[in-house]
Ligand binder design. Structure first.
Ligand SMILES: [Ca+2]
Length: 198
């Protein structure tokens, strides 16, 4: 048994020893993984409000924690939509510049639902891609309904992609009932990792 283990370790050492020579034929290594964190204490922090234009009225504003129950820090984002057209998506979007290549993007964010209601099954969505989203059907990935929880809830989304150098990330809320609603969004965290085969 001891002899077998020694042989295995010896084999492992040979593999490790050969690795540098093999690596010389590989593409240049991509940048190391990095994480973006934003809690909107200072404002929009470069995120831009946008919409598909179908809601009768909407607003997307930065609000202070003194006036709204933000999840973390001094402020958060307030999504307000008049759903009386029974249609409409609003979102914030931000462009990130990364080294070209394959990326595994894992994002999370928090949404606050002020009350539980039958007319609260509005869709929380997320987008990670190489182009700015415009809101056509199916472009945002459905990640949950806010009515499942009263108060703050974390939503997750992951996407693999190949980029020439830019990645767009967006967080959306879509109308589902002909009423007016508001939600708060806070604390976005995004991991940009290289993935093999990129
Ligand atoms: Ca915040």
């Amino acid at each position: 048994m001891v002899r077998g283990m020694t042989a295995a370790l010896s084999g492992l050492a040979m593999v490790i020893g050969l690795a540098p020579a093999a690596a010389s034929a590989e593409p240049d290594p991509v940048e190391p993984a990095w994480t973006y964190v934003e809690d909107f204490s200072e404002g929009f922090a470069g995120w831009e409000p946008d919409t598909d234009g179908l809601a009768r009225d909407w607003s997307l504003t930065h609000v202070p924690a003194e006036e709204y129950p933000c999840w973390q820090g001094a402020g958060c984002l307030r999504y307000w939509i008049d759903g009386s057209n029974d249609a409409g998506i609003i979102w914030v979007v931000k462009r990130f510049d990364v080294e070209p290549g394959g990326r595994q993007v894992d994002m999370s964010f928090w949404v606050e639902n002020p009350n539980r209601s039958e007319v609260n099954t509005w869709a929380v969505g997320a987008y990670v891609g190489v182009e700015r989203p415009v809101g056509f059907p199916g472009q945002f990935t459905y990640v949950g309904h806010p009515h499942e929880t009263v108060g703050w809830k974390q939503y997750l989304h992951s996407q693999e992609l190949h980029t020439e150098g830019e990645v767009w990330v967006a967080i959306s809320i879509a109308v589902d009932w002909e009423i007016t609603r508001e939600y708060l969004v806070d604390l976005v965290e995004i991991d940009f990792d290289a993935h093999e085969g990129g």
